[in-house]
Ligand binder design. Structure first.
Ligand code: ZN
Ligand code: ZN
Length: 223
């Protein structure tokens, strides 16, 4: 079975970021030899589906007014959005999504975040996955193109097994209490990022995957 990865976007997202996201996902899959297993597509006509799911996130945020319009910018609750995308994948297991959000996002245990890859087990025992990345438009977390690309590469690294224990040697990863496993190789794009500034600096240094992370993803793709 070929796993289809749909790149979708919140309405009003800068199309250059959406196109960029498509290229980053496609390029990663090809450079790790995963093109026989994964196929990336852009789904502009998924818009009604996406806007309904995003509206759930906005409704979830509006309940918490301080969050929704925090200091003049909109901050959307990503949890109902993740649930919506995972529910779709539970119904159609050969499809998962990478959602590019225009607005800034948050989750219950994180004040804000730039991107996330979330995996969950379906009721029928399938491992489901979804990835969300925010351009943080009109917020203090607004991303430039290079930082956006690097945040997305980081999340895709999680998606494709770069930081899974089963793909790595002992000592190559560190398990952070809230942030999960991350690569310990200095300068690797899969290092834990504690702040937007840290992410920006890493991105503009043109950080990429270390050999250990690349090996781990190739191993994952060849399974
Ligand atoms: Zn991470
Ligand atoms: Zn690494």
């Amino acid at each position: 079975m070929i796993q289809k990865i749909g790149v979708i976007a919140q309405e009003g997202t800068n199309p250059a970021f959406v196109e960029g996201a498509y290229l980053v996902v496609d390029n990663l899959i090809r450079s790790c030899g995963g093109e026989n297993k994964y196929q990336v597509f852009q789904a502009p006509n998924a818009t009604p589906f996406v806007s309904r799911i995003v509206r759930d996130g906005i409704n979830g945020a509006i309940l918490d007014k301080n969050r929704y319009n925090k200091e003049g910018y909109i901050q959307v609750n990503a949890e109902p959005i993740m649930d919506g995308l995972l529910n779709y994948s539970a119904a159609y297991p050969d499809t998962e999504f990478v959602l590019v959000m225009r607005d800034s996002i948050y989750a219950q245990n994180l004040n804000y975040f730039l991107g996330v890859n979330h995996k969950a087990m379906s009721r029928t025992g399938l491992l489901l996955s979804t990835t969300i990345i925010s351009t943080g438009k009109n917020s203090p977390f607004e991303l430039d193109g290079i930082t956006f690309q690097s945040v997305l590469m980081h999340e895709l690294g999680h998606r494709f097994g770069a930081t899974d224990q089963q793909n790595r040697k002992p000592g190559e990863l560190y398990n952070y209490p809230k942030m999960g496993t991350h690569c310990t190789t200095p300068g690797c794009i899969m290092n834990v990022m504690n702040s937007l500034d840290e992410g920006r600096v890493a991105a503009h240094r043109r950080a990429t995957y270390c050999p250990g992370c690349l090996r781990a993803m190739k191993k994952e793709f060849s399974r």
